[in-house]
Design a protein around this ligand. Structure first.
Ligand SMILES: *Cc1c(COP(=O)(O)O)cnc(C)c1O
Length: 230
């Protein structure tokens, strides 16, 4: 069997097992196949095996691949510049990386112009790392509240990229901290702030993330192999 197809099915199975371990059903956790830097020919092999949700972190990659892979759902998971929102507003299902009111306002405006409402997640920098985007955990609720009145977006939850650690078990602390924040905001039942999705966990640590409450995981390398950035 094709390697990428096999990898996809294997990751899918591990996601399902982690969901069950954490007291949920396999279908309660969504797997996003992160296809950044990968050519359409390779992505198509994962799609063939059943992948229907693809994640990219660059606007240009979505626009370049969009027409060639019909019938899939695209999620923008990487840092988004305000001036590029217009290129993907009609192409993506959800934007995971909203980390400022300014960006949210632009997404809302463009979405309304396009006659839609965009699902968004607020990105949290849970490890407080200088190199990462996202708001500090203590500012997440405030960001959600500031965006809640925008009619062109629907706040659906939180997203994080946890600090890279050698041992995935060390990520557990950050994932648990994210989950606590997520549950806390959810419990307040604010108008127009839906805490439906907690997007966290990548190749190195997606099982731990699920055990700590993630219901969306974003996995690239384990499906498509290592990326070559040169
Ligand atoms: C690249 C990327 C992923 C996937 O990373 P892997 O370690 O290859 O699974 C997930 N989320 C974001 C935001 C990414 O940029």
């Amino acid at each position: 069997m094709d390697t990428i197809a096999q990898n996809y099915l294997n990751v899918k199975k591990r996601v399902a097992e982690a969901a069950v371990r954490s007291g949920r059903q396999p279908e309660d956790v969504t797997l996003i196949a992160v296809s950044k830097t990968k050519p359409v020919s390779e992505i198509a092999r994962a799609v063939e095996a059943g992948a229907r949700i693809l994640g990219e972190n660059k606007v240009q990659e979505i626009t370049a691949k969009y027409d060639e892979l019909p019938g899939v759902e695209w999620h923008l998971i990487g840092h988004l510049q305000t001036n590029k929102v217009k290129y993907i507003i009609d192409k993506v299902k959800m934007i995971h990386s909203v980390d400022s009111l300014h960006l949210a306002e632009e997404i809302s405006k463009r979405a309304l112009n396009a006659g839609r409402v965009m699902d968004v997640l607020a990105e949290v920098n849970i490890g407080g790392e200088e190199s990462k985007s996202g708001v500090p955990p203590e500012a997440a609720e405030e960001l959600c509240l500031s965006m809640a009145h925008l009619e062109g977006i629907r706040i659906r939850g939180l997203m994080t990229v946890a600090p890279f650690v050698e041992n995935p078990r060390e990520s557990r602390y950050y994932f648990a901290k994210m989950n606590k924040l997520f549950v806390d905001i959810k419990s307040k039942n604010y108008d127009n702030i839906n805490m439906d999705y907690l997007s966290m966990g990548m190749t190195n640590d997606f099982e731990v993330a699920i055990e700590e409450g993630a219901n969306i995981v974003r996995v690239g390398t384990a499906i498509f192999g290592a990326r070559n950035y040169t």
